[in-house]
Design a protein around this ligand. Sequence first.
Ligand code: MF3
Ligand code: CO
Ligand code: CO
Length: 327
Amino acid sequence: MNRLRSNSPCWCGSGRKLKRCHGDHQAHRRPAVAPGGVSEHRDVPSSIPRPPYLANDGAPTPAPPQIHAGPELERLRHACQVAAEVLAEAGAAVAPGVTTDELDAIAHAAYLRRGAYPSTLGYRGYRKSVCTSVNEVICHGIPDDRVLQPGDIVNVDVTAYIDGMHGDTSATFAVGEIDGPTASLVDLTRRALLLGIAAVGPERDLTTVGEAIQPFAFAHGLGVVRDYGGHGIGATFHAAPHVNHAVMRAAPVPLVPGLTFTVEPMLNAGTETHRLWPDGWTVVTEDLLPSAQFEHTVIVTETGVEILTLTAEGSSPAGTLATTVSA
Ligand code: MF3
Ligand code: CO
Ligand code: CO
């Protein structure tokens, strides 16, 4: 299925062209995000155990697919719950006038209060406790002194390491009032995540995720980022398999009960292509139109799938399978 074209009638049934309705690029366009000043290192008490790569200059060791059950799964559940709670706390602080570095500080304190280590801090040379990706930043934005403006969107990506396990989750938040097309980009990306997750189940293949997400995104005129994906997770932060959010050629990965991985689609208002900032981390859309992302850590069960990155109350800023996921 092809992506809905800008001159086609909008998917919402308004009768207007996509480009004059939900796909209005002029409404989306905002001043480009520029690199800001990055604060000093935030410390973690030595009583909090570090992930193994910290002892190896941040260089991770490749790992096979992670399959969990029993006490190991309970530890993973806990790490995922902590990640969800840190995300909820940082997300609640998103507001006009707040800097992305302040979000990092709030998240940092929230990890420590729960006895968790921020997995990204020192990972491959990354120096902050979350990623904050504003507007056209697709992923891996570094928290800095940029002040959030009304109309911005910001993805906060949280990974917690505790009891030897990583839990990884993210959500995109609106800063004050945002324009209609950008609000629908954010809402559709959250729904795409949940559709991708809902497609997971035993006796299926991992390609089912991209097969659920891509047609949904395309039908709404959105692009799907192909060069960054989800990953196996557990005792290792980024393990096999690689999770595609688009329909792509890949070696078969049977979904066996106990397999844990992330689903984390990045959907773009405009082009699917991107550039990397000189900082080596920040990935931005080539046309500087916005990109949204949501992420959960999930496990394949005997009967389907379960989202692990939920708070103790069973909620998440990224949504749950109980929320509406209709196409
Ligand atoms: N949390 C991100 C993910 O979803 C990984 C960030 S790695 C970093 O996989 F080094 F950029 F922080
Ligand atoms: Co991830
Ligand atoms: Co993440």
